[in-house]
Design a protein. Structure first.
Length: 356
């Protein structure tokens, strides 16, 4: 298995080195000073991606209390002996639940986020991170990007593992099949062109912030938007947002650069245990509505309304909308079902601060 990983990473490096040396076209990052793109950097990626499940009820937003040492041991034990873990889970069930997109029932749909968030979203973020390092003049941008992706993907698995002990196939599917697969997939210009020109894929993640009151991580989350222009229209697009949400709707082109999107779907409220011994989980879904405004696929504002308790309503205003002289901060507010608010202010380069 490790021979496969080294071969895959070597392929990624060799395939991208020549491209990076003469990089002329930026597919997913071009240094915009507004919207979600203005806040994209390795730190915001790690906070949004690694702790994505902190949004889900019951996980907890105090990231200092996660069992990192225990979870790290469990993750590396499963990754170093994947065959044993897959056999313990059941090889057929592993491929049916985690790999093959053929079962759409909630109890067997663990493959759904693997394709959305790890293969396509994660692959695009790998290409975007490489472009970020190129744009900012880093040496060996491919190696820096691989290191960033490894850190965020491993931390994501550690956080999701929590206190579980035993064979766990989730990190095996995520990392070996979809994370590495996404990096390979988005090493090709044809793929990057398709997802930046035909089906437009963008990172519309939240604005991670730390609470001044209790130090908890607030308003973080990793989200990816997909837009596909209807063949019969120049203004209307089919819209899909992937994250802990799955929202489907339409986008309308308001001018040459800007689009307004709205959609309805579902949000993962909390995890429900199907088989505790195998760490087999499913999502308890509640309704969710999203409204979005972007410029050149860099999100300027978003509003969510859902059936969750803590985040019944969430509004994010990104840098580039409000200007205080030469300074353009971002803002957010979330309101619980009891009307309890959390406010925050963010900047382009550092995590924001929140009051709750």
């Amino acid at each position: 298995m490790f021979r496969f990983i080294l071969t895959a990473l070597l392929f990624i490096f060799l395939n991208c080195t020549s491209i990076t040396a003469q990089e002329k076209k930026y597919y997913f990052y071009s240094g915009k000073k507004y919207g979600t793109e203005s806040q994209f950097n390795p730190l915001s990626l790690i906070l949004n991606g690694s702790y994505d499940v902190a949004q889900i009820e019951g996980v907890g937003r105090d990231i200092t209390k996660y069992p990192y040492r225990h979870a790290s041991r469990e993750i590396f034990r499963n990754l170093t002996d994947p065959i044993f873990s897959i056999r313990s889970y059941g090889t057929q069930h592993f491929f049916m639940d985690q790999i093959l997109p053929i079962n759409f029932t909630p109890n067997h749909g663990q493959w759904w986020p693997n394709y959305n968030l790890h293969l396509l979203g994660g692959g695009m973020v790998y290409a975007r991170t490489t472009e970020w390092y190129v744009y900012h003049g880093f040496p060996a941008p491919v190696l820096f990007s691989i290191g960033t992706m490894a850190a965020y993907h491993l931390m994501n698995e550690i956080v999701e593992n929590g206190n579980f002990a035993g064979p766990n196939v989730d990190p095996i599917a995520d990392i070996y099949f979809f994370d590495i697969g996404g990096m390979i997939l988005f090493s090709f210009d044809a793929v990057k062109e398709f997802f930046s020109e035909k089906v437009i894929l963008a990172d519309w993640s939240f604005q991670p912030s730390f609470s001044l009151r209790d130090g908890t991580l607030r308003n973080n989350g990793q989200y990816f938007s997909f837009k596909w222009k209807f063949p019969s229209s120049d203004k209307w697009h089919l819209f899909y947002l992937a994250g802990i949400d799955a929202i489907v709707g339409t986008s309308y082109k308001t001018d040459e650069f800007s689009m307004f999107s709205v959609g309805f779907g579902f949000r993962n409220k909390k995890f429900e245990v199907l088989d505790a011994g195998k760490n087999r989980l499913t999502a308890k879904l509640v309704w969710n509505v999203g409204i979005f405004y972007d410029r050149e696929n860099s999100l300027l504002a978003s509003a969510f309304f859902s059936g969750t308790y803590a985040d019944a309503a969430t509004l994010n205003i990104y840098p580039g909308v409000v200007h205080l002289g030469n300074f353009s901060p971002g803002f957010f507010v979330t309101v619980s079902q009891k009307g309890e608010p959390t406010f925050g202010i963010t900047t382009r380069w550092t995590p924001g601060i929140a009051w709750n």
